[in-house]
Design a protein around this ligand. Structure first.
Ligand SMILES: Cc1cc2nc3c(=O)[nH]c(=O)nc-3n(C[C@H](O)[C@H](O)[C@H](O)COP(=O)(O)OP(=O)(O)OC[C@H]3O[C@@H](n4cnc5c(N)ncnc54)[C@H](O)[C@@H]3O)c2cc1C
Ligand SMILES: NC(=O)c1ccc[n+]([C@@H]2O[C@H](COP(=O)([O-])OP(=O)(O)OC[C@H]3O[C@@H](n4cnc5c(N)ncnc54)[C@H](O)[C@@H]3O)[C@@H](O)[C@H]2O)c1
Length: 467
């Protein structure tokens, strides 16, 4: 068998793996990149990109107003075409040709470890100084009675549906379930979300309530506390039975109940790499139990976001390419659910911050309705919560129009561990929605300035003596 010797061997050409490969090769390392399926991974082909493209088409459909069934089907076909066109526009950036052009040796096959310092793929053995496992995750299809016999969709098949479903049943009220529920509702389907616990249960409860109320107002049925126990039927006539015996009827079923790390094909044992059900076990340095091997992105079990995989890639470049010490932080990683309104979070929620900081935590709240631009646009639903400890922001929740954009300056402030005074002192254009962050920071200083007897005495004194 042909043996390739290299500096860095990256397994998985998705968000994390591509970033490591591009960075490492451009900095002078020899890089082998192994991909078993599509270049670009989940985000480009089955995740962020198609889901946001479908949501965009759905927003346009809502703005255009309701149409008859036949027109809705045509509109759905156009929305799917927009999804394909968006992927096609981004694809070249993640392509084999581009990476080979950068000097990366690309092997198209599934890789498996054959020892602590070797993997096999494409009929070749690859020995590397460092390995980076970036194999991502796949949809969980739970062991529910009947599900193995009933046709169901996941994020890997949803974007290829030939026709608009009449009534989409969505199992799971997490970000995938709710984003796709909204997209399909706006494109003309009936939609029922069946959630075993609480929809958006990981999020700030007040913020989640704002989103859920709006989704229900758009006609999406959201059932909470309803664990799916049995599934039966066929495409066109599907029945889902939940705890308590209630049965929901629909034409199609989307399973969106979480993700599992993609490790089955890797033979991790052969390389002495330990893992749990969440993913490959790594420390803050992202090193596995085999010191030559790092794990990043979804497969590292520390969160499932493209920007997290990209951040991990930067840590690897520092550690494995430049040989510098590097540790991954987790306190500044944002997330956004792209419903309407959007829900954005960076750092801990109020409840998480209270558990950690107790009485040291101060929470500042600004309602969207207090922002002039929000009034002008009619986007008054939602709020900002700013979690502050010792004069520094440590977390922020924004729910409302464009929350995903509005969270950016707070991500910067938390990531750079800036003081609130920096936010409060920034001059922002008026009238913008972004003023909400500055208003939150201002709310921290207002009582200190305006309700302070010492300040009032000082001002009286200054006014008396000032010529
Ligand atoms: C519907 C949906 C919407 C999403 N929306 C967002 C969003 O809006 N924002 C966001 O930040 N995140 C979003 N995500 C999450 C995001 O897609 C993932 O966090 C991201 O893709 C993880 O990147 P990764 O590099 O870890 O894995 P991936 O991008 O999944 O790449 C892993 C690659 O490894 C390959 N592979 C697996 N096993 C092997 C092997 N043994 N050998 C060789 N190759 C292998 C796979 O084929 C794949 O190409 C969404 C996910 C889904 C499912
Ligand atoms: N906008 C984004 O950034 C974005 C979008 C989509 C996905 N993602 C990533 O992908 C991950 C996975 O998303 P997801 O929505 O699949 O998973 P999730 O784990 O976030 O949510 C799954 C939901 O399904 C429910 N559930 C589980 N079993 C059930 C059952 N038998 N019956 C009914 N409900 C059940 C859970 O209670 C949970 O609320 C996310 O956590 C996120 O990291 C990110």
């Amino acid at each position: 068998m042909n043996v390739i010797e290299t500096d860095i061997c990256v397994i998985g050409a998705g968000s994390g793996g591509l970033s490591v490969a591009a960075g490492a090769v451009q900095m002078g390392a020899r890089v082998v990149l192994i991909e078993g399926h599509k270049m670009g991974g989940d985000c480009l082909n089955y995740g962020c990109v198609p889901s946001k493209a479908l949501l965009s088409a759905a927003r346009a459909a809502k703005a255009a107003g309701p149409v008859e069934a036949e027109a809705a089907r045509t509109r759905y076909a156009a929305a799917q075409a927009h999804v394909r066109a968006t992927i096609a526009a981004i694809e070249p950036h993640d392509s084999q040709e581009r990476f080979e052009g950068l000097g990366v040796q690309v092997i198209r096959d599934y890789a498996r470890f054959t020892g602590p310092d070797s993997v096999e793929a494409g009929g070749q053995t690859i020995r590397a100084r460092r390995f980076v496992v970036a194999t991502g995750s796949s949809p969980v299809v739970p062991d529910i009675s009947g599900l193995d016999r009933v046709p169901h969709l996941t994020n890997e098949t949803l974007f290829d549906m030939p026709d608009l479903p009449g009534h989409l049943l969505v199992m799971g009220g997490g970000p995938i379930g709710l984003e796709m529920a909204l997209a399909h509702r706006r494109l003309g389907a009936q939609v029922t979300v069946i959630e075993g616990a609480q929809a958006l249960g990981r999020e700030d409860a007040q913020a989640a309530a704002v989103v859920l109320a709006q989704l229900r107002a758009e006609g999406i049925e959201i059932i909470e506390g309803a664990q799916v126990e049995r599934v039966s039927g066929r495409t066109g006539a599907i029945e889902v039975q939940v705890t308590g015996g209630t049965v929901f009827h629909g034409t199609h079923l989307l399973v969106a109940v979480g993700r599992r790390p993609s490790i089955d094909r890797l033979d991790l044992k052969a390389a002495g790499i330990r893992h749990t059900a969440d993913g490959i076990t790594v420390g803050d340095d992202l090193r596995s139990t085999n010191r030559r091997v790092y794990a990043i992105g979804d497969v590292a079990g520390r969160g499932q976001f493209t920007h997290l995989a990209g951040y991990h890639a930067g840590i690897i470049i520092r550690a494995a390419v430049l040989g510098l010490p590097a540790k991954a932080r987790a306190d500044h990683i944002p997330r956004v659910t792209y419903t309407d309104p959007e829900l954005a979070q960076v750092g801990p929620t109020e409840a998480e911050a209270r558990r950690k900081f107790g009485a040291r935590l101060q929470v500042l709240r600004v309602d969207m309705a207090q922002i002039d631009r929000a009034q002008a646009e009619g986007w008054t639903e939602g709020f900002l919560k700013l979690m502050v400890v010792s004069g520094r922001p440590i977390g922020a929740t924004i729910v409302g129009a464009q929350a995903g954009e509005l969270i950016a300056p707070l991500c910067l402030a938390i990531s750079a561990r800036m003081k609130l005074s920096a936010l409060a002192g920034t001059v922002l254009p008026y009238p913008t929605l972004a003023e909400i962050g500055k208003r939150g920071a201002g709310a921290y200083f207002s009582p200190k300035l305006f309700d302070n007897p010492f300040v009032k005495r000082m001002v009286r004194l200054v006014q008396r003596v000032m010529p």
